[in-house]
Design a protein around this ligand. Structure first.
Ligand SMILES: C[S@@+](CC[C@H](N)C(=O)[O-])C[C@H]1O[C@@H](n2cnc3c(N)ncnc32)[C@H](O)[C@@H]1O
Ligand code: SF4
Length: 395
């Protein structure tokens, strides 16, 4: 039997890379030597329209503009071809977020086409407020048709109704928890997104208890990014290092089930490095091959956190997804940080945001997080094994 080190190396060596079956704990993960994600991931925001008006929402608006159905369905076909060629069956994810995916009139058609194709996994990020029998049945059918290759990420922003509802509106906590229980009953894999801020960070232990009760597979604790509507809550932002320390403490004292739920958090990544001798490059995965974020206007970026004009790769009207994939190395080269800092580890989207807005304190905090996690190895030393994680995980 291979040792942990052997198996870790065989997992990440570029030459023997093989598409992996989905793990229950999904992490945005890439092959740094190839500048490519190991599981391809296209994130489509077909609209910014939404039934809620969350106070922290990073979107710039809730406009009703909708990517035309024909374009969205063409993207399914194109992504299926690219992912099948480069990652094999179910080695790619078609991820619908928004806005709210369940307001998209053609969501069901996307799901049906994915079942016909049998090539891509489906991921949805939802506020979990569409709980009708019709919606639940469409999810159950798609999950069965894709043999369990469906992950629903549900946003739950607190362990209690007071904190969740403070951001998302009165009564929303109960509705969303009900939705999560329905997913559990249907055996659909569920993850939780929780945006952490000064008002809920102390609830992390209670939140983990709730996640266990709800039987979810993973929790993504996300830092509050002061963008869009969320600018108003900037004063609620918790310094990155403080957030990390809070999570680290919970991780260290937690049982195995807790650690498993936090897989993908920085604490877990650092723990794996120490205990399993894995040396991930944990470089920001922006501009990696196999990662796209597409807006209602059809603009293409490589990350939902990096949507500035200068980081636009193109539009879905001007190029195929394969052509857009081929244009990524240029963007990757341009994303490298300013002289004097090796910021490859930290989230490029956040770094650019703070540089643009002159928020030096937030930038310093981001860099102190990087210092805590350690400098990424040089490309030379990572040539044998190189796994990169999206530390911010704002997906
Ligand atoms: C923009 S929402 C779209 C999907 C869906 N409407 C929902 O709320 O889950 C995608 C994810 O981003 C998170 N998010 C929104 N605003 C954020 C912010 N300012 N900082 C970090 N994450 C944020 C949401 O909580 C959600 O988990
Ligand atoms: S975070 Fe999601 S549910 Fe809330 S307003 Fe934004 S898009 Fe809507």
């Amino acid at each position: 039997m291979n040792s942990a080190i052997d198996s870790a190396e065989s997992l990440v060596t570029i030459d023997n890379w093989r598409p992996r079956q989905p793990s229950s704990n999904y992490v945005m993960q890439g092959l740094a030597t190839k500048k490519a994600l190991d599981t391809y991931h296209l994130i489509l925001a077909p609209t910014h329209a939404c039934n809620l008006r969350c106070r922290h929402c990073y979107l710039p608006d809730h406009a009703a503009q909708l990517l035309p159905e024909a374009v969205a369905l063409r993207l399914v076909e194109e992504w299926s071809e690219v992912s099948l060629d480069e990652r094999g069956a179910f080695g790619g994810i078609f991820h619908v977020k928004g806005g709210e995916p369940f307001v998209v009139p053609y969501l069901k058609k996307i799901m049906e086409r994915l079942v016909e194709l049998q090539s891509l996994r489906l991921m949805l990020t939802t506020n979990g407020t569409y709980t009708s029998a019709k919606v639940l049945e469409s999810l159950r059918k798609c999950n069965d048709g894709l043999h369990g290759h469906v992950t629903v990420i549900v946003s739950l922003d607190g362990a209690f109704s007071a904190t969740h509802d403070a951001l998302r509106g009165a009564g929303q906590f109960e509705i969303t928890v009900g939705f999560l229980r329905s997913l559990r009953a249907m055996n659909v894999q569920a993850h939780l997104n929780c945006v952490l801020h000064a008002g809920n960070v102390k609830e992390v232990p209670a939140y983990i208890g709730l996640a266990k009760d709800l039987g979810v597979d993973q929790i993504n604790f996300l830092p509050l990014v002061p963008k869009g509507f969320g600018i108003e809550l900037q004063s609620m932002q918790v310094p990155h290092l403080v957030l990390h320390r809070e999570l680290q403490a919970v991780y260290e004292t937690g049982d195995q089930a807790t650690k498993k739920l936090l897989a993908g958090s920085l604490s877990h990544i650092l723990d794996r490095e120490e205990t399993e001798h894995v040396t991930p490059a944990h470089e920001c995965v922006a501009a990696y091959r196999g990662l796209f974020y597409i807006t209602p206007e059809g603009n293409v970026y490589t990350c939902p956190n990096l949507v500035n004009t200068e980081h636009k790769i193109g539009t879905v009207y001007g190029a195929s997804l394969r052509e857009l994939c081929d244009s990524l190395p240029t963007l990757y080269a341009n994303l490298r940080p300013q002289a004097g800092f090796d910021d490859r580890l930290i989230c490029t989207g956040e770094r650019v945001l703070y540089e643009k807005t002159g928020q030096t304190l937030s930038l310093q905090n981001l860099r102190s997080l990087q210092a805590k996690a350690g400098s990424p190895p040089t490309l030379k030393s990572e040539s044998r094994k190189a796994v990169a994680f999206c530390v911010s995980r704002n997906f």
